[in-house]
Design a protein around this ligand. Structure first.
Ligand code: SF4
Length: 330
């Protein structure tokens, strides 16, 4: 299927300055050559520990941050080449849901106004009355009583606030939603409800999601494909089945083995990740994972492994899987 979103060799490097007046002393390579594609109506989960660059990738796609280099093509349009006004128009089709339902809603605005704001900005609906009706329908669609529209965000629970965030993102009928850790701040039972809601909306409206999460367990139900990120680069990409049943990259395996098992009688070999990730300001040479990898071989500290397609649709950047000779991508 043709891609709705195609990200090519995306990089975002932040300068390091010692003081206000001093020059650049180094670079934090937060995103360092990421390529992704998302088909219409598909959910791609982007997973990795804190500091892996996944949130920065999402922000560069939305142009909330300007990438250092690379391409972001949405529905055939190069977003990085758009002037601000054209980018604002494009934002109707690419919306965002943030992690923190407490911090991402203006506490001084009533929820009806919060949800109606994008309709007002983009002049959708013939009248204020029509927009009010749309707001009521949106609140109803995300499971909230429209009579709550005059309340303020602090009067809602965390799960309800995230539903308000979803209603706001949905207002412009986007084709892609970048969901940045949308359930991480919620209790497990509430997480499941919000994920069910996102899946229902996807069925109904054909929305594609870039679903960013630090926890593989969270994405197991919602993801069609999973991309695992480590220190600014993609370590592995595959279908949900491949990543969960046949993970190849040692980092992906370690992330999976870190998921708690509800049944203690099902013992599992655990390869706990050693130490913290290195700084993206000084990524290790060769394979960036070699300082924590339990399977290091001689080439690992010297040669950076390319991302290769080892079986159709399953891409891995690891010397243990040389692949049949495909080019990098995924
Ligand atoms: Fe581990 Fe080497 Fe594979 Fe990197 S390339 S994940 S260090 S085995």
């Amino acid at each position: 299927m043709s891609a709705l979103l195609e990200v090519g060799d995306l990089k975002k490097h932040f300068p390091i300055r010692r003081g206000m007046l001093s020059g650049v002393s180094g670079w934090v390579r937060a995103v360092d050559g990421v390529s992704l594609r998302i088909a219409p109506g598909e959910t791609l989960a982007l997973v990795g520990e804190s500091g892996s660059g996944k949130t920065t990738t999402g922000r560069c796609i939305l142009r909330l941050l300007e990438p250092t280099s690379g391409s972001v093509v949405f529905d055939g349009v190069d977003l990085l080449a758009l002037k601000p006004r054209a980018m604002r128009r494009m934002r109707r089709q690419v919306q965002v849901i943030f992690q923190d339902p407490y911090g991402s809603l203006n506490p001084r605005m009533r929820v009806g106004t919060i949800v109606r704001e994008p309709l007002d900005i983009h002049r959708i609906g013939a009248s204020r009355r029509e927009r009010d009706d749309m707001v009521a329908a949106l609140l109803r669609r995300v499971g909230l009583d429209p009579s709550m529209k005059d309340r303020y965000p602090h009067e809602f629970s965390g799960g309800q606030r995230q539903r308000i965030g979803v209603a706001r993102a949905l207002a412009l009928k986007p084709r892609l939603i970048v969901a940045d850790e949308p359930v991480s701040a919620l209790d497990v039972s509430v997480q499941a409800q919000v994920i069910n809601l996102l899946m229902d909306l996807q069925d109904e409206f054909g929305i594609a999601y870039l679903f960013i999460a630090h926890d593989l367990a969270v994405v197991e139900r919602i993801a069609d494909r999973v991309a695992v990120m480590y220190l600014g680069r993609i370590a592995e990409v595959g279908t949900r089945e491949e990543i969960f049943r046949n993970p190849l990259h040692p980092y992906t395996r370690a992330l999976l083995q870190a998921i708690p098992i509800p049944d203690p009688t099902r013992a599992r070999e655990r390869a706990v990740l050693r130490g913290d990730p290195p700084s993206p300001a000084q990524p290790p040479p060769g394979c960036r994972f070699h300082t924590r990898c339990p399977s290091v071989i001689e080439a690992c500290p010297r040669v950076e492994p390319p991302l290769l397609e080892v079986t159709p649709g399953h891409w891995v950047a690891c010397h243990l899987y040389p692949g049949p000779g495909g080019a990098s991508g995924g």
